[in-house]
Design a protein around this ligand. Structure first.
Ligand code: TRP
Length: 436
């Protein structure tokens, strides 16, 4: 028997993705999501973005651009759970439960917070000058992201490893008090993913202003590549590979045989202009097909929005029941137990299922609805001409659940129905009980 590994990672939505983000984060997570026995949770960390960025338009734009980049790079939202952090209200809810078990001393030791203290001390300022409580609580929000979905592995850069250790720490404190409910995660650092050099040879980073645009116009890609800093060796003179940003960048995109061929060309004294042209062609070959999809998505934000909403429904089908369990564990629960009556447990389970009701309304047309145990309407259909049509649609929903629902939404009165994630959860509950 093989067990499924749950992998989770997020990207903070404060900027436009560059080539370094693609090689270091986007491409490896898309590849990892295709591995068998892997369940991927990938999300846009927009609550985290608020810690560093107070420009609303920028956060909105960055969320679109990062989502479009991930999708253009081949992420399959059917196969993975792809969502926006702020669409999952259970995450800040869990954050509060974790806040109450996290030691303040633990948070005092976070590198990002300590770096601010050091900076303030050096400037002779108050130690907490410019430190928001959000920055201080950053590791707790990140722990909530991870623990909500019981992630086993969290692929991150080295700078984030401490945060994963803190998440383990919070999970252990919580479990110690309330039982084994949270799964401690492990950081995964991929050393094969080389740090990509930027235009000036230092690590490609927005803070060095040396980035190459990922999905900019083709001409910009060529122009930026032609501007990469090189040594002053002339054509015909042998060139060093390891110290060359052109070579490192090429290697990040090429097959090993192509890389060897370029190494030979370097030894033979290839002209820099020629090497850069090869680099441009190699990168463009990989990026071009994605660029079209990226541009399409950025011009059609409603498509991205729809995918993210569907992803949020998938994520909440896990988060909502798990959060209920956690609330219950800490004592946030009804004062009267629901099952205290002397009803046989089996009967309780049966009656707790939502049920379909078919009826004829005053307009003489035929309708159905799905109602939950409390009698609240989950699904309200539009009118059918015949009772048979209504009945067949019910049958379809009973046999195919969520998949059927997604196909018959044109027959649903969405305004009179519950949000889609609640409908999905109810249909899943129904099909589970049928399978028993
Ligand atoms: N802090 C991460 C970064 O800036 C982004 C992030 C937020 C994250 N929550 C996460 C990464 C959970 C992994 C898991 O890179």
């Amino acid at each position: 028997m093989t067990s499924v590994v749950r992998v989770l990672t997020g990207i903070t939505t404060t900027g436009t993705p560059h080539l370094g983000n693609y090689v270091g984060a986007i491409r490896p997570t898309v590849r990892a999501s295709r591995k068998p026995d892997t369940q991927s949770f990938l999300f846009l960390a927009d609550y985290h973005a608020l810690i560093k960025c107070d420009d609303p338009a920028r956060i909105q734009r960055s969320t679109l651009e990062i989502a479009a980049s991930w999708l253009a790079a081949g992420l399959d939202p059917e196969h993975v759970t792809f969502y926006r952090q702020s669409d999952i209200p259970e995450i800040p809810e869990l954050m509060w439960l974790l806040t109450c078990v996290a030691g303040k001393g633990l948070l005092n030791r976070a590198h990002a917070y300590k770096a601010m203290l050091d900076k303030n001390a050096a400037a002779g300022q108050d130690p907490d000058a410019d430190v928001s409580a959000g920055l201080f609580m950053y590791p707790v929000l990140m722990a909530a992201d991870i623990l909500m979905f019981k992630a086993h592995q969290v692929p991150v850069g080295r700078d984030q490893v401490q945060h994963i250790e803190m998440a383990r720490d919070m999970a252990a404190s919580f479990n110690h008090l309330y039982g084994e409910l949270l799964v401690p995660p492990a950081a995964v650092i991929d050393d094969h993913v080389a740090l990509l050099p930027g235009l000036d040879g230092r690590k490609m980073s927005k803070s060095y202003d040396n980035t190459i645009a990922l999905f900019g116009p083709r001409d910009l890609l060529r122009k930026q590549i032609m501007s990469i800093l090189t040594d002053s060796s002339v054509p015909g003179e042998a060139k060093a590979t390891e110290s060359s940003a052109v070579f490192q960048l090429y290697r990040a995109f090429a097959e090993p045989a192509e890389t060897s061929a370029l190494a030979q060309a370097f030894a033979d004294g290839i002209a820099w202009g020629n090497a850069k042209q090869q680099l441009f062609e190699r990168i463009d070959h990989e990026i071009s097909p994605m660029r079209e999809r990226y541009n399409h998505l950025v011009q059609h934000p409603a498509e991205v929005e729809r995918l993210l909403k569907a992803g949020a429904a998938k994520a909440r089908a896990i988060a909502t029941p798990f959060m209920d369990k956690l609330r219950h564990a800490v004592g946030l629960r009804p004062m009267v137990a629901a099952s205290s009556q002397s009803v046989a447990p089996k009967a309780v389970v049966k009656s707790a299922l939502p049920t379909f009701k078919q009826y004829r309304a005053e307009d003489k047309l035929f309708y159905f609805k799905l109602v939950d145990v409390s009698g609240a309407t989950l699904i309200q259909s539009l009118a059918f001409d015949s009772p048979r049509d209504a009945g067949q649609t019910i049958k379809l929903l009973q046999s195919d659940g969520v998949a059927a629902f997604n196909q018959i939404t044109a027959q649903i009165d969405l305004a009179a129905s519950q949000p889609v994630h609640l409908i999905h959860a109810a249909l899943e509950q129904l099909s589970k009980s049928l399978a028993e």
